[in-house]
Design a protein around this ligand. Structure first.
Ligand code: AN7
Length: 354
């Protein structure tokens, strides 16, 4: 009997197509192997044939785990004593977990007050040193880059080349599950690392002859931090989708090339639109994602409205993070429980709508 995808983890599963690691350097928590979920009701709302790549089911609840298994395995193999990252939240949660498993010290620098509660809890409980700054993600990234350049501490933001090598595996899983490339891929964009990684995964598969063509790549951003849509950095990024509250995308050139070379593009969505789609996806399909992930759906809706994505297209939307990450927004967007006495009649009135 062979082990399941989750049990193997990405590095063992795709050993022949990823950087090589010694067996005892591999740091895995069973990442990857996330489901591709057909979403007919949500798709009808959008006028497309829609699948959801539910990356919220990774070990720490986001796609970042795909890049952390490779980045921390490389760090362990190199004998690194410490890793550092800036983060809007998910990178810090993932780095903290994989560093813990590797037995390597982890420092995370985050924008104070702008990280969703679940992500902060994950980094703290995993024993990372959590440092808040009075500044943005972009400020935090500048600071950790200097630390990693001046001291023997490994940067695990997506400037680390191993990160994207791990993240590109999601494209391969989609090809395995669909049996072909989708017509459109849609995903939320902050630093532009993930869209770059997917594009790399698809182009490598195409070069191997696994697929006959390539998908068009659509990057979705929040209006208040839409650097790729605007074609220039945003000085004071602001959005409820705090995971993508990034004004100076590190991978702007490669992300721009992925959208351009594939015949895709970028689309922006307002915070209210993002929150509406955050509600639709869980109420139509039962799939609970964080608001930043729903930006992919809101961006797709706007790209449909603008005629960029045609009716009936086969689209895969990546839901990058789990809804449990951000309980504050989930509660703010839903009805509170009703409170009743512990009595049969009181419950019956509620159940029967009396
Ligand atoms: C849920 O955690 O940048 O375009 O520091 O958490 O590759 O940056 C998170 C990014 C999309 C954007 N969806 O991906 C961080 C961080 C979710 C995210 C993105 C992020 P990139």
């Amino acid at each position: 009997m062979s082990a399941s995808a989750r049990t193997l983890g990405l590095i063992r599963r795709y050993r022949d197509r990823l950087p090589a690691y010694d067996d005892d350097a591999i740091v895995s928590i069973g990442e990857g192997g996330t489901p591709l979920i057909h979403a007919p009701r949500l798709g009808a709302r959008l006028g497309v044939d829609l699948h959801l790549k539910y990356e919220g089911l990774n070990p720490t609840g986001s796609f970042k785990d795909r890049g952390m298994t490779t980045a921390l395995s490389a760090a362990k193999q190199d004998g690194a004593q410490a890793v550092i990252c800036a983060s809007t939240g998910n990178t810090s949660a993932s780095a903290a977990a994989y560093a813990a498993r590797a037995g390597i010290r982890c420092v995370v620098v985050i924008p104070g007050g702008k990280v969703a509660l679940g992500k902060l809890a994950q980094a703290q409980v995993a024993g990372a040193q959590v440092v808040q700054i009075d500044g943005s993600f972009d400020d935090a990234l500048r600071m950790v880059r200097v630390m990693s350049e001046e001291h023997p501490i490994t940067l695990v933001n997506n400037l680390n080349p191993y990160r994207l090598e791990g993240q590109k595996t999601a494209a391969w899983e989609i090809i395995e599950d669909l049996g072909h490339q989708p017509e459109w891929m849609c995903l939320p964009v902050g630093n532009g690392g993930n869209i770059t990684a997917y594009w790399r995964g698809f182009t490598e598969s195409h070069a191997r002859g696994d697929i006959s063509g390539l998908p068009r790549m659509l990057g979705a951003q929040a209006e208040g931090s839409a650097a790729m849509v605007r074609g220039e950095d945003v000085l004071n990024p602001e959005t409820i989708a705090t995971a993508i509250r990034i004004g100076a995308p590190v991978r702007r050139e490669e992300a721009g090339a992925a959208a351009h070379d594939s015949g895709g593009g970028f689309a922006a969505a307002a915070d209210r639109e993002i929150l509406d789609w955050f509600g639709h996806v869980v109420r139509d399909e039962g799939v609970f994602c964080e608001p930043s992930s729903a930006a992919s759906l809101a961006g797709l809706a706007n790209a449909r409205r603008d005629g960029l994505v045609p009716e009936g297209a086969e689209v895969v939307c990546v839901l990058t993070g789990n809804g449990l990450k951000d309980p504050d927004n989930a509660i703010a967007e839903s009805a509170p429980p009703v409170t009743i006495p512990a009595e049969r009649d009181a419950l019956e009135r509620i159940v029967l709508g009396g």
